[in-house]
Ligand binder design. Sequence first.
Ligand SMILES: [Mg+2]
Length: 181
Amino acid sequence: MKSLVIRLVVFDADMTLWDHFDVSSLKLPFKRVDENSLVDAKGASFSLFNGIRELLQELKKMRIMVALATWNKPEHVSEAIHLLEMEQFFTSVESEFHSGKHLLIKKILSKLSKEGIQVKPGEILYVDDRNIHLRDIRDTVGKVAFLQMWKDVKAPYEILAYLQRKGITRASGKIISPKKA
Ligand SMILES: [Mg+2]
């Protein structure tokens, strides 16, 4: 079996990291109500799914880079990530209000490349609750590994189990460390 080396995990946000279908529809400003939950200006709340923070902490320990590629208004996502103190986990947060997720992943890779880090498509794990972007991503970025959240994996820790099954305990090579919290 060909060994798999994952150096970069690219996450979707809505219904993958947090339990809201479309945070762009919420009204800024957001306010933090507990470790993993925010409330918008009209009182609508949303939360990170159980186990997401632990998953991101574990990936960080494994020196696996983590990026966000989300079809959302950038100000909504940056406020959520900031208030939840999640900047510490992401080497790159790409949030644009269109469906071209492959373009966001290309941006992530080109930013890494400018830092001298070449990540091959086969070294990327893409995690999303929907598979609608996968074809464009595989056509333009290349053959990334994909896990559909809540279908291929039923809980965040199962992503770690997937990596462990593939023999990945720690990434090697240069990485970009995320900003300090
Ligand atoms: Mg989603």
